[in-house]
Write a protein that binds this ligand. Structure first.
Ligand code: TYC
Length: 114
């Protein structure tokens, strides 16, 4: 794996960091999850754009593009994160939408391998 070869190269270049390097070599990258926004017939488009900006850090243009993709295709990826971060953002969308009585839904699912 790429991670391992980077660590091994570091180890031969720097004899003083042996312990740290041995720990690093055991770390695999965390499993990643994509947060997927789902279409519905009731949530206003403007609200979805605000969700994508506030919760997923998108620019207004990116947010509008993702919102329209979801509107036309039924679903769209808002971001790819480690499990806890993905779960937190799904919950933030749920709370934000529920507070304004919109049925907007999103889910998380294992990200396809690169
Ligand atoms: N389909 C919604 C409408 O016409 C807009 C919308 C887009 C809703 C994306 C949800 O995830 C969504 N008002």
């Amino acid at each position: 794996m790429e991670t391992t070869s980077i660590v091994m190269a570091t180890q031969t270049e720097n004899q003083h960091d042996t312990v740290l390097d041995r720990q690093a070599a055991k770390l695999a990258p965390p499993p990643m999850y994509q947060v997927v926004l789902l279409n519905d017939d009731y949530t206003p488009m403007d609200f979805v754009v605000v969700v994508l900006q506030r919760i997923f850090g998108k620019t207004e243009d990116e947010a509008a593009r993702i919102m329209l993709k979801v509107h036309h295709e039924g679903r769209g990826v808002c971001g790819v994160y480690p499990r806890d971060i993905a779960a937190t953002r799904v919950e933030m969308v749920r709370q934000f939408a529920h507070a304004r009585q919109h049925p907007l839904q999103c889910v998380m699912e294992p990200a396809p391998e690169a």
